[in-house]
Design a protein around this ligand. Sequence first.
Ligand SMILES: Nc1nc2c(ncn2[C@@H]2O[C@H](COP(=O)(O)OP(=O)(O)O)[C@@H](O)[C@H]2O)c(=O)[nH]1
Ligand SMILES: [Mg+2]
Length: 325
Amino acid sequence: MTIEEMAEKIAAGDRRALARAITLVESGRADHREQAAELLEALKGTGRQAIRVGLSGTPGVGKSTFIESFGCMLTGKGLKVAVLAVDPSSTRSGGSILGDKTRMERLSRDPKAFIRPSPSQSQLGGVARRTREAIALCEAAGFDVVLIETVGVGQSETMVAEMADIFVLLLAPAGGDELQGVKRGIMEMADLILVNKADGDLKPAATRTCADYAGALKLLRKRPQDPQGFPKATMVSALEEAGLEKAWDEMMALIEWRRENGFFEGTRAQQARFWFGEEVRRAMLARLETEAARKALSELGDAVAEGEITPARAAQTVLKRVNEG
Ligand SMILES: Nc1nc2c(ncn2[C@@H]2O[C@H](COP(=O)(O)OP(=O)(O)O)[C@@H](O)[C@H]2O)c(=O)[nH]1
Ligand SMILES: [Mg+2]
């Protein structure tokens, strides 16, 4: 299949072409990178835009269960839903956070849904690029909503927030009366906090937790991209499929306000600029990974340690060689 044919098929909504294209963008091979760039350029013309929802939460809060029931609710509205994942742990565990297909049985069989597990790649930077490009492919394929799941371990959340239109933090009801040690930085990224498992015996705890977080959100610095009342905390039960409509309505209200006030496009523009910078930095760092650069670093490192050359001069020498090479 030529790149042109692949682009045409993706634009026509062909699943297999989309899956193959995602495999292509996951590859690090130089010729594949070139083809991927060509494909993404070819697809820019579709001008399609999905709503990109980043979803984060620690293991066990119910992300998979939520994606299943929320995703099915959306497809029930006639929306096409794609699910992607950024999983920094997948290399270690060998699995992926979307691996538990049993929790997404209905959604994975739904013709309006497309689920793609996280690839096993060593660097978070590589996973981030692949996910961003996969999002672009899903948008071009005509998906209305792209859900990007990540596990709550710090850096991956920042990355997902940098590629999403809305960042949703999923929490479970707290046992005691303390907040669940959610890092301030993560709280500050959230547009919507969903307290899951608001059902059965857990309902009162969920209600308390939700109120606590609503209070905590009010104490954060006001962000220009938020209308009155946001960021917001609300309750859901992924298991009983409760509160999902409300959660979607809140997301849509926020998106609409941001669209009307220029923050939707503004954020996307800022994100594009961010990823451009990241790509350049990554490529620069990759140049230090070559055989010649490693050798120079090692040799000059010895010379610096011996006091034969100053660190500054040695660094200049390395950079000069890397730039020439
Ligand atoms: N009571 C209750 N349990 C839930 C709910 N959502 C998920 N769970 C349970 O929480 C556990 C972890 O769910 P899972 O979706 O795998 O969480 P993940 O690790 O964040 O993907 C499972 O046993 C689920 O059945 C919910 O809304 N209510
Ligand atoms: Mg899961």
